[in-house]
Design a protein around this ligand. Structure first.
Ligand code: ZN
Length: 156
């Protein structure tokens, strides 16, 4: 499985389908996504980024100097609340190599989702985690961070 890239790539611009049953194949997919994310030094990866139109993403919150952080496997996420307060943070994306830019988003969110065992989870997130979750949920809706950036910066 390879990473799909390009801001006009149709695969990245398609609404992903909800997962109706969490099977061993889904768990295997999640393991693969985790591997690809870590091999690419990413903090998040959504299934459409490897060409699979399902509402699944993985994320890992790393702490400085540590190799493994807190890992999240998120299936069928729904944002149930957002803070009025917003903040601007720089984002990049494994599907848009070398592009960066500041994106303004709600500072805190509350989401509901299923984990890889099918257990319903409810989570309040702020800071970097809220940022990663919102970026990945955009992917599941065919959105990319560059849609929300005023000034796109390119690494040369
Ligand atoms: Zn991304």
């Amino acid at each position: 499985m390879e990473l799909i890239t390009g801001k006009d790539n149709k695969i990245l611009r398609t609404q992903a389908e909800p997962v109706d049953k969490i099977t061993p194949e889904i768990r295997e997919l999640i393991r693969k996504m985790k591997k690809i994310m870590k091999a690419s030094n990413g903090v998040g990866l959504a299934a459409p980024q490897i060409g699979i139109q399902k509402q699944i993403f993985v994320a890992e919150l790393l702490y400085e100097g540590e190799e493994n952080g807190i890992f999240y496997a998120v299936i069928n996420p729904k944002i149930t609340n957002i803070s009025k307060e917003k903040e601007k943070l720089e984002e990049g994306c494994l599907s848009l190599p070398k592009l960066y830019g500041e994106v303004e988003r709600p500072k805190k969110i509350q989401i509901e989702y299923l984990d890889e065992m099918g257990k319903k989870k409810r989570l309040k997130a702020s800071g970097l985690l809220a940022r990663i979750f919102q970026h990945e949920i955009d992917h599941l809706n065919g959105g990319l961070f560059v849609d929300k950036v005023k000034e796109i910066k390119q690494l040369t």
